[in-house]
Design a protein around this ligand. Structure first.
Ligand SMILES: [Zn+2]
Length: 209
């Protein structure tokens, strides 16, 4: 399968970072497996793992606890390979070239992970990479300088105790709600603004990230 088809359905930031990693000269022979799994596929993998016949696979029904830096209102569920609350998959498994052992692959990949904002989130799996974890986004490059939001602002509804990050992307206003309220002193205080934001999202005048 081609890289394009393997990466289909993953978050654009993860897509950008994985392609950057695989473009490193020493990693050109590496590839990936199909990244996004249906719930049925995850259930099959989990059943194999429970029967002692496959790699570690997450229970598709589990709910993950998130840290305060997790930027979304939705809760990650099952495996990060499954489509999550934002409509994207958030994990990619690398494939090593013929003749390369797991230990060699781990040594080859590790030096580039920080540069590309990727993290091995399963201790025993050199191949499993994420850009978003339950602790938030890993620091790293954004898809492109043109797409990088430059006008990011924090909107603080001090009345409803809800906070949003807001920016524009290609002429569209995007908002992302914080999963927890950080207090009245952060960002621009706009009491009651969340009602307007909810309305504009419902009318698709602005986009929820
Ligand atoms: Zn994986």
């Amino acid at each position: 399968m081609s890289l394009d088809s393997n990466l289909k359905g993953i978050h654009p930031t993860l897509d950008f970072r994985i392609r950057g990693l695989l473009a490193e000269p020493s990693l050109r022979r590496y590839g990936t497996y199909p990244a996004v799994r249906s719930r049925a596929k995850q259930e099959a993998l989990y059943a194999r793992y429970k029967a002692g016949r496959g790699n570690l696979a997450a229970n598709p029904h589990r709910t993950l606890r998130t840290g305060p830096a997790f930027p979304y209102g939705w809760t990650p569920k099952g495996s990060w390979h499954m489509v999550q609350g934002d409509g994207y998959g958030h994990a990619v498994d690398l494939r090593r070239p013929p003749g390369v052992t797991r230990a060699m692959a781990d040594r080859a990949v590790k030096p580039y992970l920080a540069k590309w904002g990727l993290k091995q989130t399963v201790r025993s799996e050199w191949w499993h990479l994420q850009a978003l974890t339950s602790q938030g986004w890993v620091d790293g490059p954004m898809p492109s300088d043109n797409e990088r939001p430059t006008d990011m602002q924090i909107i603080n509804d001090t009345e409803k105790k809800r906070m949003f990050a807001s920016w524009t992307l290609g002429g569209t206003t995007v908002v992302r709600e914080y999963s927890s309220y950080r207090g009245p002193d952060i960002g621009e205080a706009l009491p009651g603004i969340s009602i307007i934001i909810d309305e504009q999202i419902a009318k698709k005048q602005i986009v929820k990230a």
